[in-house]
Every structure is written in C-alpha cells, then in structure tokens.
Ligand binder design. Structure first.
Ligand SMILES: Cc1cc2nc3c(=O)[nH]c(=O)nc-3n(C[C@H](O)[C@H](O)[C@H](O)COP(=O)(O)OP(=O)(O)OC[C@H]3O[C@@H](n4cnc5c(N)ncnc54)[C@H](O)[C@@H]3O)c2cc1C
Ligand code: SF4
Length: 246
C-alpha cells in the first residue's frame, strides 16, 4: 500500500487568507481542493509539498454566475457534478456540462473540482508509477531525473493533459482548429455522409503520442470515432454512449 507522506494541512476561511498562506509558504506549499489528483500523486512522490492549503470550504470559489452578455464565471471550487446540470452553463455553453458529465465516474465528479480538473497533472506511462518503479529507470526529467523516456534526445516533457474541461475551454476559445474537418463541414447539412467525411478528415492528421493508456493505433482510430459521435450528437442523430476513457 502506498501511504501519504507527512504534511501540514491548513484550512483558510476566506480567499485572501488562503492566498496569504500560499504566499507565506512559497514553493513548499500547494493548494488542494477535491483531493482526487494531488493525493495519489503525493503517494507516488511526484509532488512533495510540506504544506497543503485546503480550498474546499471557500464559498468565494463556489458556483456559476454570469449573464448572456458578459459570459460565465465558474468558481474554481465548483464540483464537476454541479457543472453538469447547471442551468446557465446548459443555456449558453452546453458543451461544458456535457464534458463534465463524461469525466470518469460519479465519485470523481462529486469530489473533483473545475479548478482541479483544469490543473490536473499530466499523464505519462513512465511517470504515473510508484516511486520505486520510477527509480528503477533512473526517473525522468519531469521529476527527479534527466532524460525523457518518450523522446530520449529531446529537451522537453511530452506528458499529456487528461483534462476534458481544458480541451473544451481551449476549443471554445478556438485556439485549436481541425482545419481539414472544418472545410468538409462548412456550408453542408450535417447528415451521415458529411459526418463520416469530417470524422475521416479529423482522423488523418491526428498524431497521438505513444506514452499514455492504450495503443497508439487505437487512440488514433478513436479520433474518428469520437469526432463522429460528437457531430452526430450535435445533429440529433442517435449515437451510442461513449465509454469513460481514463
Ligand atoms: C480514477 C480517475 C479517473 C479520472 N478520469 C478523468 C476523465 O475521464 N477526464 C478528466 O478530465 N479527468 C479525469 N480524472 C481527473 C479528475 O477530473 C481530477 O482528478 C479532478 O478534477 C481534480 O480535481 P480536484 O479538485 O480533486 O483536484 P486536487 O486533486 O485537489 O488538485 C489537483 C491540482 O490542482 C491544483 N488546484 C486545485 N484547485 C486549485 C485552485 N482553485 N487554485 C489553484 N490550484 C488548484 C492542486 O494544487 C493540484 O495541483 C480522473 C481522476 C481519477 C482519479
Ligand atoms: S514525457 Fe518524458 S519527461 Fe514527460 S513524464 Fe513522460 S518520460 Fe517523463
């Protein structure tokens, strides 16, 4: 069994108190909210904070507010479950609720927060391992080592974000575009043939990395499947329920 290392837990009652605690303890402190990502990472010694500042009780970080003109403000401490059915999110950005609803299982959605999901640690087969396993390969440059086992000649970490909400937030800001698939869709009625062609156009240039769950080939194939499912859902065409994917 992997155990948590010793640490001091601070429970601020207000946001400014939390900010002061984090500032006072500098790099030896970390924030913690729903505890679903940070605690397992601490058990594997991927993070070794001496002080944790608990944000769970802070009402200022809770809730979704806004209006149609100014957009939504989503409190970082809002639990994923509360985003899934929030009427404001459902009215203006239904994709946010839909993405939150597809995250993992009810337990994680009940505990995990929006802020924690956006800042969830990256995943990699050489890194999400117990301390002794990482030690047996002399660690990697993300923590305690010098080399990246995914690209040994390189100078950067290729670990992958597993945050479904981050993907959606980036997409809403249109920073990432699947241009070939866009070209297939522009001016077309969303029917089965157009959807298949767009899914294929998204699949072809996709280059998943080979350092996370399942095989590279499978994950590339799934680009076609997930793009097709998303477009079918948008068009109101029945699509089978996607599986939870972590
Ligand atoms: C079994 C399992 C399956 C999962 N499946 C999925 C999945 O399918 N899709 C997906 O997207 N995610 C998945 N996750 C990730 C999950 O969504 C995150 O663990 C969760 O959202 C993290 O939220 P938390 O509040 O528990 O964060 P914590 O564990 O409390 O913190 C995570 C990180 O965020 C930082 N942090 C948290 N809140 C704040 C804040 N307000 N300000 C500054 N820093 C902050 C912490 O310091 C820490 O670095 C899965 C996790 C598990 C354990
Ligand atoms: S991508 Fe490389 S440096 Fe990053 S976690 Fe994986 S092995 Fe380590």
């Amino acid at each position: 069994m992997m155990r948590l290392p010793a640490f001091t837990y601070l429970a601020p009652r207000a946001l400014d108190e939390a900010a002061r605690m984090l500032a006072d303890h500098g790099l030896s402190a970390m924030a913690v909210a729903g505890e679903t990502d940070l605690y397992p990472n601490m058990k594997r010694r991927q993070f070794e904070p001496k002080v944790l500042v608990g944000l769970r009780g802070l009402r200022e970080l809770q809730g979704v507010r806004g209006n149609e003109r100014d957009g939504l403000t989503i409190g970082a401490g809002t639990v994923l479950r509360d985003l899934t059915a929030h009427p404001l999110a459902a009215a203006w950005f239904p994709v946010l609720g839909r993405a939150a609803e597809l995250i993992s299982n009810p337990q994680i959605r009940h505990m995990g927060t929006v802020g924690g999901n956006l800042l969830v640690d990256t995943r990699c087969n050489y890194y999400n391992m117990p301390y002794w396993w990482r030690k047996s390969i002399s660690f990697c440059m993300k923590k305690d080592g010098n080399v990246c086992w995914v690209a040994p000649g390189g100078s950067k970490c290729w670990a992958i974000s597993s945050s479904d909400l981050a993907t959606v937030v980036i997409a809403l800001d249109a920073k990432v575009r699947a241009r070939a698939a866009e070209q297939v869709l522009i001016g077309q009625k969303l029917d089965g043939g157009v959807i298949d062609a767009a899914a294929d156009a998204a699949f072809k240039p996709a280059k998943p990395l080979d350092n996370t769950d399942l095989t590279l080939r499978y994950r590339k194939q799934m680009v076609r499947v997930y793009v097709g499912r998303a477009l079918k859902e948008l068009a109101g065409i029945h699509a089978e329920e996607p599986p939870s994917h972590i």
